[in-house]
Design a protein around this ligand. Structure first.
Ligand SMILES: *Cc1c(COP(=O)(O)O)cnc(C)c1O
Length: 371
């Protein structure tokens, strides 16, 4: 069949540019060992407690999950101290972002506001929904210019997205600043604070918006099991939002988008305190080590409250990225974020961090010799 007319919004989309996979790189360079520090996954892998729960729940794979995952909403609500009726679990927080846009914003009328650069899902899903996507540049130091953000909003602003801590910079603002922003938004605009990385911020209380939930009527908080909880491949995230909005999302969400194993894994992960504290320790120590060592090699490293670091190497970033690939280390170039001179590396486990540092030093040395 030849191409048929499709929605005009489809004009101009490019495929999502993900981190490269280990198998791809093994094959391309004939390597037997490749490490991936590109997608901010958990450096400790999948928790043994969750693996055991997945194994014991696997006979249930033939069943449909309970529509809307009420048991998980209960558990998350209890864990966070918010009503279960305000929690919507999804197939990653990506699904919640998509649902918010489709439920709240009116195609052809409304607009969505965010910083530039930002997480590409906000932009892609907004445009697919026929919404105008407005952006203002981050400050030069990657802090948030809230006045510029506010000046983009008007009576047709449906959603304002802020990622805190931010990806890819790792910068985080204090929750107080977002409380002030929420109060200044036009009355119908929802403030969506994407806290995918907030678990890694310290001290947590000063960064998360959770203590303010319930006091701010237009606040939505997004969280995910993909990073701190080590479940990126199972797809599980959630939003905490006013009850009326949660109710609307649940009416149109695909009923089984959170599958029965993801739900069990999430329930187990919430109680897995040892894995969580060990993850925090490894990420905080790794973040310090990589910051110190990269700086000593002449890189400019941004302070980070997340499980990754953004840095400017003292050589062409693309060449360093490719030199690392050839040596079996995958990190993330930031050209697709509009920052061709910068790279992002996810904090790995102790072995991965050491290997990344050794190989980076090698590429920098080779480059120095040849220039
Ligand atoms: C990783 C990430 C998420 C989480 O996405 P999931 O769909 O839950 O895996 C959300 N927002 C940002 C900014 C991220 O980097």
């Amino acid at each position: 069949m030849t191409k048929v007319p499709v929605r005009p919004e489809m004009e101009g989309f490019k495929p999502y540019s993900p981190g490269l996979s280990i198998d791809e790189i093994k094959k391309r360079y004939g390597l037997s060992r490749v490490i991936k520090m590109a997608s901010n996954e958990n450096p400790l892998g999948t928790s043994p407690v969750v693996q055991a729960r997945l194994a014991s729940a696997s006979p249930l794979a033939f069943r449909y999950a309970q529509a809307g995952s009420p048991a998980l909403s209960e558990a998350i609500g209890a864990h966070l101290g918010v009503p279960a009726s305000c929690v919507v679990a999804g197939n990653g927080s990506d699904e919640i972002i998509d649902l918010l846009l489709r439920v709240v914003a009116r195609p052809g009328i409304d607009n969505v506001v965010a910083f530039r650069p930002c997480f590409s899902i906000y932009d892609v899903q907004s445009r697919l929904c026929g919404l105008e996507f407005r952006q203002t540049d981050l400050n030069a130091d990657f802090s948030f210019p809230f006045d510029a953000l506010l000046s983009l909003t008007d009576e047709n602003t449906a959603l304002v997205f802020v990622t805190n801590p931010d990806n890819p910079s790792g910068y985080a603002c204090r929750a107080d600043e977002l409380v002030a922003l929420a109060a200044k938004l036009p009355p119908r605009a929802l403030l969506v604070v994407d806290e995918a990385y907030v678990d890694f911020a310290e001290p947590l209380d000063e960064f998360t918006m959770l203590p303010h939930f319930g006091k701010i009527p237009n606040l939505v908080i997004l969280r995910t099991f993909s990073k701190m909880y080590g479940l990126a491949g199972l797809r599980l995230g959630y939003g905490v939002m006013p009850e009326w909005l949660a109710d609307l999302l649940l009416r149109v969400k695909l009923p089984f988008s959170v599958n029965i194993l993801a739900e069990q894994a999430g329930l187990a992960a919430l109680e897995d305190d040892i894995f969580l504290s060990e993850t925090l320790r490894v990420v905080r120590e790794g973040r310090e080590l990589l910051t110190r060592e990269l700086t000593a090699m002449g890189c400019t490293v941004r302070p980070s409250q997340a499980n990754f670091l953004m840095f400017d190497p003292p050589m062409d970033a693309r060449t360093l990225f490719e030199g690392l690939l050839q040596r079996g280390v995958i990190i993330r170039p930031l050209a697709s974020y509009g920052m061709p001179g910068k790279l992002r590396v996810s904090i790995g486990n102790e072995d991965e961090n050491r290997e990344f540092l050794v190989k980076t030093a090698e590429v920098l040395r080779d480059n120095h010799r040849h220039s």
